[in-house]
Design a protein around this ligand. Structure first.
Ligand code: CAA
Length: 257
């Protein structure tokens, strides 16, 4: 499949999607988001891929949803527009997705990064939900995911008063996993993703599912769910292989079975 707004490649079992609308600071138009989700779903189905990375450019991960595309929209246009539904499809991906973020990560860009499983930020990344300046509020999960990540007090400031977070602040408040030098942010994210892609695939998938279940379930149900997934892994060849490798002091050879 060929894409107009994104570039894709696979390296060391990592599927990479790179936004390619530099002149609009990777503003997320419908087409780019649709292509991104299609590419990620295709990586998710590909047994040669174990982990995925989404990135933009050094100057901008994404400066938000495309304001020009929605400026004249009516509520019914917005209702009929699958734009925000794409975020739900991201949530259904089985393999981990890492956002490699540099520069502007605003509005829908920040919401997209937060919909990923982990975020690696360059020193020059800037996170914010500036929709209030446009007379609207975040509409792709910003009020919900940001509040869960950084807490109510800071989320209120960010959404109500356009408070931006530097990369270091984002790390301090738990929004990002780590901050790395701007020159090497993508290489660092790819290295990190390759480490995850080299691990036991079924266990990685179920680990992601169990952690994300925290946001959907009360504690008792979450603990029971985790336990079932844990027991289920004893039906995999990888569990036998991993434990045998430990006992016999050799590296494990994962099959994803
Ligand atoms: N949508 C459409 N175009 C955008 C854009 C966006 N979100 N962000 C930037 N661009 C375009 C600009 O219009 C400009 O294009 P032209 O050269 O054709 O005029 C180009 O990208 C470069 O932008 P600037 O000249 O503004 O660059 P700057 O360095 O002066 O400023 C910026 C950078 C601070 C990020 C500024 O562009 C900006 O504030 N952008 C908008 C950020 C924003 O409000 N995002 C939220 C969008 S709404 C949303 O995301 C809703 C949701 O929850 C789903």
């Amino acid at each position: 499949m060929t894409y107009e707004y994104i570039l894709i490649q696979t390296e060391q079992k990592v599927g990479l999607v790179q936004f390619n609308r530099p002149r609009a600071l990777n503003a997320l138009n419908r087409e780019m988001v649709s292509e991104t989700v299609a590419a990620l779903e295709s990586f998710d189905r590909d047994p040669g891929v174990g982990c995925m990375v989404i990135t933009g450019s050094e100057r901008a991960f994404a400066a938000g949803a495309d304001i020009k595309q929605m400026a004249q929209a009516t509520p019914v246009d917005m209702l009929d527009n699958p734009f925000i539904d794409y975020w739900d499809r991201l949530r259904r991906l089985n393999k981990p997705v890492i956002a490699a973020v540099s520069g502007f990560c605003l509005g829908g860009g920040c919401e997209l990064a937060m919909a990923c499983d982990m975020i690696i930020a360059s020193e020059s990344a800037q996170f914010g939900q500036p929709e209030i300046n446009l007379g609207v509020i975040p509409g792709a999960g910003g009020t919900q995911r940001l509040t869960r990540a950084v807490g109510k007090a800071l989320a209120m400031e960010m959404v109500l008063n356009d408070r931006r977070l530097s990369a270091d602040e984002a790390a301090r408040f738990g929004l990002v996993n780590r901050v790395v030098p701007t020159e090497s942010y993508l290489a660092e994210a790819m290295k990190f993703a390759a480490q995850i892609a080299a691990r036991a695939p079924v266990a990685i998938r179920l680990a992601k599912e169990a952690i994300n279940a925290v946001y959907e379930m009360p504690l008792q149900a979450g603990l029971a769910y985790e336990r079932r997934l844990f027991y289920m892994l004893f039906a995999t060849e990888d569990q036998k292989e991993g434990m045998d490798a430990f006992v016999n002091k050799r590296p494990a050879n994962w099959q994803g079975k």
